[in-house]
Design a protein around this ligand. Structure first.
Ligand SMILES: Cc1cc2nc3c(=O)[nH]c(=O)nc-3n(C[C@H](O)[C@H](O)[C@H](O)COP(=O)(O)OP(=O)(O)OC[C@H]3O[C@@H](n4cnc5c(N)ncnc54)[C@H](O)[C@@H]3O)c2cc1C
Length: 570
């Protein structure tokens, strides 16, 4: 039972029946050869790889963890072989451009793959987790000379990459970063400082590791505008080693297999990526894709937890379940037959399905924003990605953790002991609420930067388009439309509050409620789309619609009232 099996048919249902993914993809010339059969074929192969090669290493990764000795990090048994197989089979480069050694397939396939990998083995998946973002960053901002050396190595996954932002005194506030970059010869710089919490900062999975490091030039202004981005490889092309040292790996709650490193840059030679003082801009290229990946970690871990709990609930018998009139009860029933347990499982299933609709659509929009021939579609896609990504990051990771804990509950005391693997899921899932911008930062980003930033225009554009897709034949359309209306109303009120004295304090206070309100409205849209598409296998796909009435709408109203009350007090 301590395993994970990706369900290709469930994913194909969301992709094709609900989102018409291959139709959306076919509108882009770069993907002219991608059809539904190809999506299915790639996912079938991916599911075998994940199930057979990555999932079996989950427990040993947790138990043995990554080990540091004399500055060298050794990954848990089996990890290196699995990683070699991963990149050599082309899984690392699914959406990398063909000219950079990749397969030029749509990002949404990457999204599904990383959801599955995280579900199967979050610790292992941390290693390639930043590849796509690092590849995009180098491709968009590095000089041709750097691209010639590093682009295809990172794009294919032959070399892994890190993102070195955090310092002891600079976490959410990157403006406080103090690592120095001193100009050296030609286009080289000497990087000096200490970075903490660097995932995969040192390991033995690949021959080389490419660090992307935020640092400050001597004459740079304080704050975020003074930051530049540098590439520092572990090994230079002449095989000499850079002066980057792994001083410690952290003991932590979960993802034991992922080495979280303290890295000391001791005048390590590095190269500028992009323009001086525009390091954060280059980093933002990585941001939407990376945050979507983290959201999918939440979805994946929730699915893995659900699979375990669902299987257990169909084996374990305990007490008599209340039955419909006339039915006979056995001496003890399966715990799935206890309505309280069934409700828990159905609720988590609804979360997984609804989140997938929004996350995969975001994966599709990441490509549409780049490649769609119609500029209005590109613009819409950009607005969607910018607005929905923080919502997904925060909501899916929070549910990944809380939902995993609910699934643990299904096991009773057996969930709390190691044997069943569910307690590992709970521990592993917790970090996703913290890294890649904490969930509080996502809420601030959504409300203060995205919604107030354009006075609610982007949000209205999205709501208008989604409302058009709701018609009378769609169950629950009135509930969803009324949520959209209230979300618009509260957003307009937030714009006014922002202009009042003390408004920023109130807005920051309610930002988490606002994000949740937005998430519930969009998830409700997703569930109504699923329900309209199911030809109605309600037993499998009807959970969202049930949840909508049972607790989603009441929670929406509660959050709405909290925000309204705070606005009125002001
Ligand atoms: C396992 C792990 C892996 C990591 N991997 C990497 C990596 O690869 N690269 C890297 O650079 N970093 C990495 N990090 C660091 C991670 O991104 C930071 O921990 C995170 O950004 C938060 O920073 P902090 O820990 O300093 O917390 P702080 O920024 O000190 O925040 C503390 C609390 O205050 C809240 N807070 C801060 N500012 C605000 C605000 N304006 N409004 C509301 N609340 C606020 C936060 O949400 C949080 O709850 C990793 C961390 C861990 C634990």
């Amino acid at each position: 039972m301590n395993s994970y099996t990706p369900q290709t048919q469930d994913i194909m249902f969301i992709l094709e029946d609900v989102l018409h993914a291959s139709q959306q993809i076919s509108e882009m010339q770069v993907f002219k050869d991608v059809d539904s059969d190809l999506l299915n074929q790639v996912l079938e192969e991916a599911s075998k790889f994940v199930k057979n090669q990555i999932a079996p290493l989950n427990q040993i990764g947790d138990e043995q963890g990554a080990q540091l000795k004399d500055g060298v990090v050794t990954m848990p048994p089996g990890f290196k072989v699995a990683y070699e197989s991963f990149w050599q089979s082309g899984w690392a480069s699914l959406s990398t451009a063909e000219q950079d050694g990749g397969q030029s397939l749509p990002v949404v396939l990457d999204s599904v793959l990383y959801e599955w990998l995280s579900a199967a083995n979050h610790g292992w998946t941390m290693a390639p987790g930043l590849l796509h973002g690092a590849y995009e960053c180098i491709k968009n901002y590095a000089s041709q000379e750097l691209k010639d050396i590093y682009l295809s190595k990172v794009g294919t996954g032959e070399w892994l990459a890190t993102m070195c932002l955090t310092e002891p005194h600079a976490g959410s506030d990157l403006g406080l970063v103090s690592t120095r970059a001193t100009p050296f010869l030609d286009s080289q710089y000497l990087i000096r400082g200490t970075k903490i919490f660097i995932s995969g900062g040192e390991h033995d999975l690949t021959e080389n590791i490419i660090h992307l490091v935020l640092a400050r030039l001597p004459d740079a202004p304080p704050g975020p505008k003074g930051l530049s981005l540098f590439l520092v490889p572990k090994y230079y092309p002449d095989s000499t080693k850079s002066k980057v040292y792994c001083e410690r790996i952290e003991e932590k709650m979960g993802i034991h297999a992922s080495p979280t490193c303290v890295l000391r840059f001791d005048d390590a030679k590095g190269y500028l990526i992009g323009e001086e003082g525009r390091g954060l801009n280059a980093m933002f290229v990585m941001m939407n894709a990376a945050r979507l990946h983290v959201a999918l970690q939440g979805v994946g871990l929730l699915d893995a937890s659900w699979q375990k709990a669902n299987a257990y609930a169909r084996e374990r018998t305990q007490m008599r379940a209340p039955k419909l009139v006339g039915e006979k009860s056995a001496s003890a029933d399966l715990i799935i037959e206890h309505p309280a347990i069934k409700r828990k499982l159905d609720t988590q299933r609804a979360w997984i399905d609804g989140s997938r609709v929004l996350a995969y659509q975001t994966g599709l929009y990441l490509d549409i924003a780049k490649y769609h021939p119609n500029s209005a579609r590109c613009e819409f896609a950009k607005v969607w990605c910018s607005l929905i990504t923080p919502v997904l990051k925060a909501t899916c990771t929070e549910q990944g953790f809380n939902g995993a804990s609910e699934c643990l509950q299904v096991f009773g005391g057996h969930g709390y002991i190691r044997e069943w693997g569910i307690e590992q899921n709970v521990r592993d899932a917790r970090i996703a609420m913290i890294y890649e911008g904490t969930n509080e930062i996502q809420a601030i980003d959504l409300l203060m930067r995205k919604v107030l930033g354009d006075r609610g225009l982007g949000l209205s554009t999205i709501i208008d388009e989604l409302s058009l897709s709701l018609n009378n034949s769609i169950p629950n359309q009135q509930i969803v439309l009324s949520m959209f209306e209230k979300l618009q109303e509260i957003s307009k009120a937030a714009i006014q509050v922002n202009e009042l004295k003390g408004g920023a304090v109130t807005l920051s206070w309610i930002s988490g409620d606002y994000l949740r309100l937005t998430a519930i409205a969009f998830l409700s849209w997703a569930w109504s789309r699923i329900e309209a598409t199911t030809h109605l296998n309600t037993e499998r796909w009807g959970g969202g619609a049930k949840a909508l009435k049972a607790w989603v709408q009441p929670e929406f109203n509660m959050r709405y009232n909290i925000i309204k009350e705070q606005f009125e007090i002001l």
